[in-house]
Ligand binder design. Structure first.
Ligand code: SF4
Length: 230
């Protein structure tokens, strides 16, 4: 049986529903549709590699590292037989190059061992694809959800640093990103749309330092904002 702290109470679930209604009503505040149009835009191995490169770095540095790889390798499978020192230099810009290279190779190896055509991963049921991806070293729930959304077109709710900060401040859930993901993800109906909206919102309004609460569409329901008003 699930422990009490492992499930959300009714009030928290209702708060998610209110937040999601606001997201749907205000989605044009941010380029959500444009972002979503890139969904399932690439080769699955490209998405896997890009997702691993994006760990603990900015989008900008991840993109530079990924473009360096794309200029050198047409197919990401070539990385398995490439000179490691060369690949490390190509991705050094996004940090932890040796760790990321190890994760990239392990992911490509596992995917290509199981599927002759890596795109077949997307033919699995979402839960099976998620279990398979999270069994790979260095791919946690957030990375798996990103890969399933942008590599396969599944509707998922990755919990990154922006999403987790907003969820905590709203008073919906606390703890690690992984815990927040397990608690919150099942209750969002429009998962990837909500994820993309919250990422933009975290960058522009609910910033880590000095959130712009007076401009925030969620302030009515936000515990952090309420505390600051006292
Ligand atoms: S009211 Fe402030 S703290 Fe709350 S979600 Fe909005 S910006 Fe973040």
């Amino acid at each position: 049986m699930a422990k009490k702290q492992d499930v959300l109470d009714r009030d928290k679930i209702k708060k998610i529903q209110k937040i999601e209604r606001i997201i749907l009503a205000k989605k044009d505040m941010y380029p959500v549709e444009e972002f979503l149009s890139k969904k399932k835009s690439g080769d699955i191995l490209d998405v896997v590699v890009k997702t691993i490169l994006s760990q603990n770095t900015s989008d900008n540095l991840r993109d530079i590292a990924f473009e360096n790889l794309k200029r050198r390798f047409k197919d990401m499978r070539e990385i398995l037989h490439a000179d490691e020192a060369e690949v490390v230099e190509l991705i050094r810009v996004c940090g932890l190059p040796r760790v990321k290279l190890k994760r990239i190779k392990s992911a490509i190896e596992k995917i290509t061992q199981r599927f002759e055509n890596p795109e077949e991963l997307c033919k699995l049921a979402k839960d099976s694809a998620f279990s398979f991806l999270t069994s790979i070293d260095g791919i946690g729930p957030k990375s798996a959800e990103v890969i399933l959304a942008f590599g396969c077109g599944f509707d998922t709710f990755p919990v990154d640093t922006h999403v987790s900060r907003i969820i905590r401040r709203l008073g919906i859930a606390d703890g690690s990103r992984e815990k927040i993901y397990h608690l919150v993800s099942p209750h969002f109906k429009n998962k990837i749309l909500s994820h993309v909206f919250l990422i933009h919102h975290g960058r522009k309004i609910c910033k880590a330092r000095n959130p712009l609460c007076n401009l925030c569409v969620f302030k009515r329901y936000c515990d952090y904002y309420t505390r600051r008003q006292r």
